[in-house]
Design a protein around this ligand. Sequence first.
Ligand SMILES: [Cu+2]
Length: 232
Amino acid sequence: MQAQRDPAAPVPQARPSVAGGATRRRMLLLGGLLGGAAVAAACGQITTPAGSFGISASGAGAAAAPLAAGGASQSPQAFLYLTINSPAGTGKPQYPAYVPSYFTVPANALVQVQITCFDSGPASIPQGYQNVQGTVGGTAQLYAATLGDLSTVPAQTVTAIPADQVVHTFTVPTLNLNVALPGTSTLRFLLQTGAPGTHPWQCMAACGTGESGWGGPMSDAGFMSGTLTVQA
Ligand SMILES: [Cu+2]
């Protein structure tokens, strides 16, 4: 999907939050799920807390600095709207899904990404994936609403979501990007894109089927994984 133009103004700031720890076991599953060489290399970064991906294992290490003074007044050049539907919404039992799951944003642009999560029910994440990473300012705006006029809903500036409340994540290893979503919420953040390229994304919350929670929508392409294309 092409990013859309929208006159919406940048969202206001509120207080940040941090979160506690999460299970590390799911990391062991990554190697088999993200098989591509580029992705595998990026996963190596993720698994190293001190690596370039930079996800803080503690959450508290995530910079709580607010957006730079000019950050709040930056005007997005494009908009990307994603929806996370529950299985009831997709009509496919046990299959929550990002809709769309394959999408395109412009290169070298400031993009406002909005993810609306209609799903609920927390799923375990590898440690660190509760943190906001790779967005402009290292923050996101969280709304406790999925419908209606968001300008009337108080926004909270977050650097992390409490790990035990995370329902899904939006994780793009090759862009060092990670955000997490609690149930029935909307998250907005600014993304500065660079050169054209194709970037696999993956939800890192074990929201799928099977004992591990990594089956079904987590392993079938186009539900909890897909491709973000950065296009010139
Ligand atoms: Cu998910």
